[in-house]
Write a protein that binds this ligand. Structure first.
Ligand SMILES: Cc1cc2nc3c(=O)[nH]c(=O)nc-3n(C[C@H](O)[C@H](O)[C@H](O)COP(=O)(O)OP(=O)(O)OC[C@H]3O[C@@H](n4cnc5c(N)ncnc54)[C@H](O)[C@@H]3O)c2cc1C
Length: 414
């Protein structure tokens, strides 16, 4: 049997990859276990790739706190590793007077979160910046710090760097049982044997409730929420200069017209309740039509361009809006659940919060010394949905990345 790890992380999505990155750099001996054949295969492989500033996140929430903590460091980290990003900014467009009346509330909400740079634009300022946006807007806001990143390469680089510092990352390894021995050490059983750890972090995303049950804790229920997208070729890149957001509601940020870090214009995501916890293949004709309509009425010139891809992702939503960051100090178990729609934007903030919890709640000191140096990674892509980081090959699982870098189609229904 292997020696005892400081931390066993269950789940290799963006949340798990960020934990292994931060904790390994701090000197913790980490083991990450992922049930799928590839990292970043579930919720994290179907998002928009946007780094939100949190301007519309609920005040006082764990979500906002983590986004703000992440914002302080994520772009410098991404830059040090040599990963792509674009500080494209976002324009929120009101399409009628009722929506325009809501703009001051959005500015106030951003101000309450100490974001003073969200500005109202006149309609003529909007069209100077975004000449291809439909000429029927009644008002707009400019949110300058919204950015886009590569949503696959970022978490993969985090896990890759952690491995280079000594972390163990196992894919095709499903956690099936967890119990503590008489010394309080966790015995984590999987299809590939037994592993031991002082603390276990549940970052199982869409299966977070199922994995919590393995430790005898159950605080939330996953209520999957599907989001679907259309992707255009990069020849559409000049049609928008920023992400075009609708006015958010309490439930959703709404359907966005945005540009990936690789210049593909994308429309989505939808918000649909679903029973499924896995990404469905292909879009229904109804959703396809509604997204095409959204594009046509928001940026009419998109209509003359072909859709080159579609994709979908399932959010690990729960019955409550906020994240579930719950340290179970009686059993050295940490739940990171319900990180539903901003996990990319908050990833390093969640990991910092976890590092605090390791010390303050679990009184766990790292076994090794810290190593905070970040090397520039040597990265290359092939046309076969693979990428090389140094001497290791990884399968690209996110459509934004493989449409942008590997020129390959996602679904066969196009
Ligand atoms: C449509 C959509 C749009 C989004 N847009 C954005 C955006 O633009 N910006 C943003 O910041 N966020 C966005 N998000 C949110 C973000 O993608 C999520 O917050 C994030 O992916 C959640 O990551 P996770 O690691 O918790 O979950 P997951 O990615 O689901 O990872 C959990 C992992 O745990 C593994 N696992 C489960 N059970 C076990 C087990 N028993 N043993 C071993 N492994 C197990 C799974 O296989 C999975 O790989 C979006 C999400 C969706 C779906």
């Amino acid at each position: 049997m292997e020696s005892v790890y400081d931390v066993v992380i269950i789940g290799g999505g963006i949340v798990g990859c960020s934990q292994v990155f931060t904790l390994t750099r701090l000197g913790y001996r980490c083991l990450l276990l992922e049930k799928e054949a590839h990292l970043v295969s579930m919720a994290s492989s179907g998002n928009s790739g946007m780094l939100h500033t949190g301007f519309d996140a609920p005040l006082g929430s764990i979500e906002l706190a983590c986004i703000l903590r992440c914002q302080q460091q994520v772009l410098p980290v991404i830059e040090s590793l040599g990963l792509p990003y674009s500080k494209i900014g976002a324009t929120m467009v009101a399409w009628n007077d009722q929506q325009k009346e809501k703009l001051p509330q959005v500015i106030q909400k951003a101000k309450n979160a100490n974001m003073d740079d969200v500005l109202e634009l006149s309609v003529s300022q909007l069209y100077q910046r975004e000449p291809h946006v439909a000429h029927r807007a009644t008002g707009a806001l400019w949110i300058p710090r919204e950015a886009v990143i590569d949503p696959w390469l970022t978490p993969i680089s985090f896990a890759h760097h952690a491995k280079s510092l000594g972390a163990k990352v196992l894919t095709s390894t499903m956690v099936q049982g967890c119990e503590r021995d008489s010394q309080g050490i966790w015995r984590v059983s999987t299809n590939r044997g037994l592993f031991r750890g002082r603390v276990v972090i549940n970052s199982a995303g869409l299966y977070g409730d199922v994995v919590d049950k393995l430790a005898g804790v159950q605080k939330f229920r996953i209520m999957p929420r599907l989001g679907q997208y259309l992707v255009y070729g990069s020849e559409t890149k000049s049609l928008i200069n920023s992400s075009i957001l609708p006015i958010p509601t309490d439930k959703t940020k709404g359907v966005i017209v945005f540009k990936s870090v690789y210049d593909n214009v994308i429309i989505g995501p939808t918000q649909e309740e679903t029973e499924r916890r896995t990404n469905p293949a292909g879009l229904s004709p109804r959703i396809m039509r509604s997204l095409l309509d959204h594009g046509r009425v928001s940026v009419p010139s998109l209509e003359s361009h072909p859709v080159v891809n579609t994709y979908s992702g399932v959010r690990p939503a729960t019955e409550t809006k906020d994240y579930h960051v719950v340290p179970h100090t009686d059993r050295n178990w940490l739940t990171l659940g319900g990180i539903r729609s901003t996990g990319l934007s908050s990833c390093l903030g969640v990991a910092d919060m976890v590092a605090d919890i390791m010390k303050d709640k679990f009184c766990l000191e790292p076994s090794n010394s810290a190593n905070m140096y970040l090397p520039r990674l040597d990265i290359s892509f092939t046309n076969h949905r693979t990428a090389r980081l140094g001497s290791e090959e990884y399968t690209v699982t996110h459509p934004i990345t493989y449409t942008g870098k590997c020129n390959s189609k996602v679904w066969s229904n196009l």
